[in-house]
Design a protein around this ligand. Structure first.
Ligand SMILES: N[C@@H](CCC(=O)N[C@@H](CS)C(=O)NCC(=O)O)C(=O)O
Length: 277
């Protein structure tokens, strides 16, 4: 199988891949629609993909730690339906990707999951050490996640689970890179309880939904293919984080797909009452 690129690339909207209907080569709004707005200080617009879950875990951890001012309304953005291209969403994230946040107290818009985690950590003085050396290590791993996960999601996940055919070259390339990343995490967790050291931090919250989810068999159904039992320290950490009550709650928020329990929107702590968590 070979392909000769034409002189100038043109858009084939019917490329056969899953999600091809929402991918476009241009940015910006496709329709005029305001975002819904609740009464809580934070308005989150998201979906329970790994990038979305990072932020709902952070909100639930803040609330669990007693920061009542971290109350939030979590509104569902159904990316399959193109909700991320509404004029209201594009106003708070010109990149049209979940998660996006509005801090109604300061009026700040915040997009990119790493930026949101950092914003909330600094605002509440939580899950980010103040000591320079410790803080730098958290940042190292937070930025590691932001740079690495696209190879897991856009690379491995796309070609292993979503592409219209199984192509050997990209699956080999990205399986190799993802296994290298799993080995990096496994080695780091051999002598650290949490990713960045002794303390649970926003680095764990950023990395767990992707790499924890992968080794727990919740992502791309690829745990066997990637032989995740080769990473025992990573598995130990993934299970340990999975046990946290705030993580269980955060995992559920904005979940409107899959076989397990779902909670499309979250507006107060009482929304969890009907779930056995
Ligand atoms: N780097 C971004 C990535 C966000 C992202 O890729 N979001 C996906 C869902 S996981 C999305 O909204 N996709 C919709 C689209 O591409 O139109 C972040 O960490 O916030």
């Amino acid at each position: 199988m070979s392909y000769s690129p034409p002189k100038v690339w043109t858009w084939d909207s019917q490329n056969g891949g899953q999600f091809a209907n929402i991918n476009r080569p241009v940015s910006g709004a496709t329709h005029d629609k305001a975002l819904p707005r609740g009464t809580q200080p934070f308005q989150l617009y998201s979906l329970a993909t790994p990038n979305g879950v990072k932020v709902t875990i952070m909100f639930e951890e803040l609330l669990e730690a007693g920061f009542d001012e971290a109350e939030y309304d979590a509104w569902l953005i159904n990316i399959g339906d193109g909700d991320q291209f509404s004029s209201g969403f594009v106003d708070i994230n010109p990149n049209s990707k979940i998660p996006a946040l509005l801090d109604t107290i300061s009026g700040n818009r915040v997009f990119e999951s790493g930026s949101i985690l950092l914003y909330l950590a600094e605002k509440f003085g939580a899950f980010l050490p103040t000591d320079v050396a410790k803080r730098t290590e958290v940042m190292n791993w937070l930025f590691w996640q932001m740079g690495s996960a696209p190879f897991l999601g856009g690379g491995f996940g796309h070609f292993y689970a979503y592409a219209p055919e199984k192509f050997e070259y990209p699956i080999n390339r990205y399986a190799m890179e993802v296994k290298r990343q799993l080995d990096v995490l496994n080695k780091q967790l051999a002598n650290h309880n949490y990713i960045a050291g002794d303390e649970y931090s926003i680095a764990d919250m950023a990395i767990w939904p992707w790499y924890g989810g992968l080794v727990l068999g919740r992502l791309y159904n690829a745990a066997e293919f990637l032989a995740v039992e080769q990473y025992p320290n990573l598995l130990r950490w993934a299970k340990q984080i999975d046990e946290r009550p705030a993580v269980k709650r955060g995992y559920l928020v904005n979940r409107a797909f899959g076989d397990g329990p779902q909670m499309a929107e979250r507006h107060s702590a009482a929304d969890f009452d009907e779930f056995k968590l």
